[in-house]
Design a binder for this molecule. Structure first.
Ligand code: NAG
Ligand code: NAG
Ligand code: NAG
Ligand code: NAG
Length: 402
């Protein structure tokens, strides 16, 4: 029966190659974890011949790019990257006057000096520069083949040939990857390009980041599978550079940490969660308070800025719920995101408990709460750019559910 149906569906797909089904999505399994890898990534085959690359999934930026050896400029690439993308000059001929190049510049923060307009010397390439909290990446656009579950497609993405870290880097170490998958809501975003090419019909992204060392998780582009227990939905703020349901107040153990709400953004490109110092300082004090005598600082642990010797009452990370308390982000209209202790603590290789909430004021002048991977583990997070809504649901992110 199943075989019969699949051959009929196959026939229909052959007859209607330009009309994909209305709930089409592409699903990727994710590699990585919060600790020790510090990223979640997809594997994608790109270029001619097709080569396998790992791309960090980043809902906090618009541009997809690879660490790239430019035929003329060579590469000042990130250390530790084992395989560079090597396009031909022909791939890099995305004209500076091409509407796609204008769209790219529109999707990047409006800093004219960092985003070169067309120059007379180089009118046949589209230059750009992206800023991250940890550094910058500079490159030119490339038009090359990307292998998708539904066949090979030409896609436009960055050949990043000049990566410069911000010194001194405030970010904990991450395993190197080959590039970034830009999942922001920009015109040149990966989902927007797939929609334009009618590979998917909706600009919707969903991710489920596995909890713990070996669990990976999955990413949807185009739609998502609905979890059985429903999703908490919130309208997304318009005209914001990041996906955000708006301002949130922060509560620990039922107590409000700081009087004012602050803008909270969901950013899968951040490994840890960041709070502005107005929240971070009293939050840290409250955590130390809750730890009481059990809280012996482990000052020699380089894993994260704040670590404590693991109290004897705690055997595995699952036991932390007795000592630590659930953190809550309260948005308007009774919309709440609960962050249990296992989603803000890690167990380091030195057997210490480290706080996975970092001082945002150290890395970023903008006063924002950044919800990073650690707090989105075992949670389906959906960014629905069609409806302008985002949502989340606590579910185990095991691939066996799919
Ligand atoms: C990329 O290449 C494809 C054909 O291979 C072409 O149809 C498309 O217009 C190109 N895109 C850009 C922005 O140059
Ligand atoms: C900054 O972070 C991005 C995303 O996690 C990563 O791919 C890149 O290598 C980092 N850049 C530097 C200069 O460390
Ligand atoms: C992504 O692109 C959109 C649309 O152009 C823009 O509003 C947003 O600020 C960009 N986000 C980032 C992080 O640059
Ligand atoms: C957080 O960072 C700010 C700015 O760097 C600093 O003034 C503050 O003392 C830091 N908080 C803690 C608890 O280290």
């Amino acid at each position: 029966m199943a075989a019969t149906w699949s051959s009929i569906i196959g026939l229909i797909l052959l007859l209607l190659p330009l009309a994909p089904s209305s709930s089409s999505y592409i699903m990727y399994r994710l590699g990585g974890n919060v600790f020790p890898i510090g990223r979640f990534f997809v594997e994608m085959k790109i270029g001619e011949p097709l080569m396998l690359y790992q791309l960090d999934i980043d809902t906090g930026s618009n541009v997809t790019w690879l660490e790239c050896y430019h035929p003329v400029h060579g590469c000042h690439c990130s250390p530790g990257v084992n395989q560079l993308y090597r396009p031909a000059l022909g791939n890099l001929r995305v004209e500076c006057k091409d509407p796609f190049c204008d769209a790219l510049h529109a999707d990047l923060p409006d800093l004219p000096d960092t985003n070169p307009q067309c120059t007379r010397e180089d009118p046949h390439q589209c230059h750009y520069k992206v800023e991250y909290v940890n550094g910058t990446s500079e490159g030119v656009l490339s038009n090359d083949t990307v292998s998708l579950a539904k066949g090979n497609r030409p896609m436009v993405f960055g050949c990043g040939y000049n990566q410069r870290p911000r010194n001194p880097s405030q970010e904990p170490n991450q395993k190197p990857v080959h590039g970034i998958l830009g999942l922001g809501n920009g015109i040149v975003g990966f989902a927007a390009q797939l929609k334009k090419q009618q590979v998917i019909t909706k600009n919707v992204i969903g991710h489920c980041l596995g909890y713990g060392r070996n669990r990976g998780g999955y990413l949807f582009i185009g739609d998502y599978k609905f979890p059985p227990n429903g999703i908490t939905w919130a309208p997304m703020r318009k005209y914001e550079p990041f996906y955000s349901p708006g301002q949130a107040t922060v509560h620990l153990d039922g107590q409000q940490i700081y009087a004012n709400g602050m803008s909270a953004v969901f950013d899968s490109g951040a490994t840890y969660t960041y709070m502005p110092s107005q929240i971070y300082n009293p939050l840290l004090a409250k955590v130390i308070d809750l730890l009481g005598d059990a809280g012996k600082p482990a000052k020699d642990d380089p894993t994260l800025p704040r670590c404590w010797k693991k109290p004897e009452s705690i055997e595995s990370l699952d036991d932390v719920k007795n000592t630590f308390k659930t953190l809550e982000l309260r948005f308007g209209n009774n919309i709440v995101m609960k962050i249990p202790p296992i989603k803000y603590l890690i167990l380091s290789d030195y057997n210490n408990l480290c706080l996975g909430i970092l001082n945002g004021s150290d890395v970023d002048e903008n006063q924002k709460i950044i919800i990073g991977d650690i707090s989105m583990q075992d949670m389906l997070v959906v960014y629905d750019n069609e409806r302008g809504m985002m949502g989340w649901a606590n579910i185990p992110c095991t691939t066996s559910r799919l």
